[in-house]
Design a protein around this ligand. Sequence first.
Ligand code: UT7
Length: 324
Amino acid sequence: MIRSLIIGTGSHVPPRVLKNQDLEKMVDTSDEWIIARTGIKERRIADGETTNDIAAKAAKNALKAAGVSPKEIDLIVAGTVTPDMLFPSTACFVQSHIGASRGIAAFDVSAACSGFLYALDAADKYIRSGASKKALVIGVDLFSKIVDWKDRNTCVLFGDGAGAVVLSAEKGKRGILSTHIHADGHYWKTLYTPLSLCSSPLHDKTPERSYMKMQGNELFKVAVRTMGEACQEALDHNGLRAEDISLLIPHQANMRIIKATAERLGLPEEKVYINLDRYGNTSAGSIPLALDEAVKKDMIKKGDIILFVAFGGGLTWASAIVRW
Ligand code: UT7
C-alpha cells in the first residue's frame, strides 16, 4: 500500500518579537489577562517579509531536512488565508521562489487555522492515488495583516509564521494513516474577514479597510467540542486508543482549548506539544511549526503515532494521524 511519508519538516518565523508588554502600550490589556485567558506571552510579527517569503523559507528548510531537491517536487499545496495576492496562489509563488520545476501542480486551500491539515489531506490523496510522488505541503499565515491592532479582543491572540513538510510516496506501514476534514458554514460569522474590494462599473465606492472579526466566546465552545470529536474520530478510524498516541500536536489557539482537548482524551501534559506561549495563534502555520520544533527537539521517534487536530474559520476542523 502506498502511503505519504513525512521525510522532512521545516519552518520559519519572522525575527521581530511582540511581547504582551508591548500590547499593553497599544490597547487596554495586561500581560496577566493574556496569559491567564490564552497562555500567550509573545508572538512574531513580519516586518517587511511577505507571506510568500515566509512560506518559501519554511519550504526550503523542509526540503533541506528531507534531502530533496526542489526539482523532485511534483505538487505544492499551501494552506493560507493571508496570501499576498488574490492570485497567483501562494503555492505558485513558492514554486518560483524555491526553483521547483515548471509545469508541476501548485494550488492553495482556504480553511483558516485548519489550512495545513486541509492541505495535507489533499496532498495525501494525490500521493495515494499515484498522481504525486513527492509533495510539498505548507501552512502559512500572517494574521498581522488582517488583525485590527486597536481591538483588544483579537489583537492579543495572533502571530505570523509558517511550517512545511515534504511528503514522499512510500510502501509500508509508516506514513499518514488517516486524514479527516470537516466544515460547517452555518457558523461562518464566528470568524471571518471581509474582502476590501468593491470595484464595479455601476457604482463608484472607495473600498474600506476590512479587518478580521471574531465571536471569541462562541468560537471557544465550538472549538472545544469539534477538537475533541475530531480526535476521537481519528482514533476510532484507525482502531487506536488515546494511550497509543505518542504526541498530540494541536492547533495552537488557546491554552484552555488545548488543555480541554487533552483532558477529554485523557492525555498527560508531556504528550501534548505546546509552543503557543512563544508564537500565539499562527493559523495555518501553527501545526507544521509545532511539528518542526518537536522534530528538532528529537521528541518524535520512528514508529511513533502522532495525532494532529485543528479548528478554524469556516468553520472548519480536521485531524490527521501519522505513524512516524
Ligand atoms: O483559531 C481560531 C481563532 N480564534 C480562537 O481560537 C478564539 C477562541 N476564543 C478564545 O480563545 C477566548 O474566547 C478569548 C481568549 C478570545 C477570550 O477569552 P474569554 O475567557 O472567552 O473572555 P471573554 O471574551 O468572555 O471576555 C471576558 C472579559 C470581557 O470583559 P467584561 O465584559 O467581563 O467586562 C472582555 O471585554 O475580558 C475582556 N477582554 C479583555 N481584557 C483585557 C477581552 N479581551 C481582553 C484583553 N485584555 N485583551
